[in-house]
Design a protein around this ligand. Structure first.
Ligand code: G
Ligand code: G
Ligand code: MN
Ligand code: NA
Length: 254
């Protein structure tokens, strides 16, 4: 089954890899960083979506080992890009509540950054609203340690969970990521547009930067620019890229 397959993929080589989806300045459209997205192509050549295997990895606890491996891989990759003179900016990492609750993820990340001489301000940790509201002391300690060290925190899929304004304020998250489901409604659904405007206003008042994800066409981009979004991510500007494609993009953007 999926769990056995994933266990084998983690033990072996080559089935798991990373893609990097660029995040752009909303106005200059200059790439400023990349979101790390895991990919799995199993032994039979089938691509299995992280939407399918991440929940399995979370339930089995494998996400701790998987996330630890990923973190070491991508920090090393960022150092490699630096060494090549490619200014890839920052890495945005999806981190699940299970990782924050069971691992010294803050310590692991800070050690990896120190080892590669990379500043903490080049990492954004993407968490969900549910994670933000966690009462687990380990989750709270990990997030507090990351923030104290200068790592940025982004609230992913914003608007799809139980959003709590007080938790947003308490953690002082740095980025708010508007979920794709609202972006899809631009030009079609007046209430989605109004929700986006309200989210931008909320983010402004909390001094958070706003990222819109899943931006697919020019009309969505125009709406989000005039709504005051700071950052844009989506297939209109770039799909998730391989290491080589990231290098080429940031090389040409210099
Ligand atoms: O990349 P894609 O759109 O297929 O991702 C689907 C879902 O899986 C998204 O919610 C995304 O946040 C999550 N995801 C993708 N890569 C990772 C990862 O490396 N770690 C974690 N925890 N979640 C991921
Ligand atoms: O939940 P999270 O934001 O981490 O999910 C990111 C996922 O969304 C990635 O797997 C990525 O492939 C997908 N994605 C990013 N931009 C677009 C887009 O413009 N359109 C669609 N359909 N999916 C997108
Ligand atoms: Mn994300
Ligand atoms: Na999202």
């Amino acid at each position: 089954d999926l769990e056995q397959g994933l266990r084998a993929a983690m033990a072996g080589e080559g089935e798991l890899s990373m893609r990097y989806q660029p995040i752009f300045d909303a106005n200059t459209l200059k790439p400023l960083g990349v979101e790390v997205l895991m990919r799995w192509q199993n032994g039979s050549g089938e691509w299995i979506s992280p939407a399918e295997f991440v929940p399995v990895a979370e339930e089995s606890g494998m996400i701790v080992q998987l996330g630890a491996w990923q973190m070491d891989e991508v920090i090393a990759q960022l150092a490699t890009w630096d060494g090549q003179g490619l200014e890839v900016g920052y890495l945005s990492l999806n981190v699940s509540a299970v990782q924050l609750a069971r691992d010294d993820i803050a310590g692991r990340l800070l050690r990896a950054l120190a080892r590669h001489h990379i500043g903490t301000d080049r990492i954004v940790v993407e968490i969900t609203e549910t994670t933000l509201m966690s009462k687990s002391p380990l989750v709270k300690n990990n997030l507090a340690a990351l923030e104290a060290a200068g790592v940025f925190v982004s609230v992913d899929d914003f608007g799809t969970g139980y959003s709590s304004m007080s938790y947003l304020k308490e953690l002082q998250a740095d980025y708010l990521k508007i979920d794709r489901s609202f972006v899809i409604g631009i030009g079609k659904n007046r209430s989605d547009e109004e929700i986006i405007n309200a989210m931008v206003a909320l983010a402004r008042s909390l001094q958070m930067r706003v990222v819109a994800e899943g931006v697919d066409d020019a009309a969505q981009l125009r709406f989000l620019q005039s709504a005051g979004c700071d950052l844009i991510q989506g297939f209109l500007l770039s799909k998730p890229l391989t290491v080589e494609e990231v290098g080429a993009l940031f090389d040409s953007a210099r």
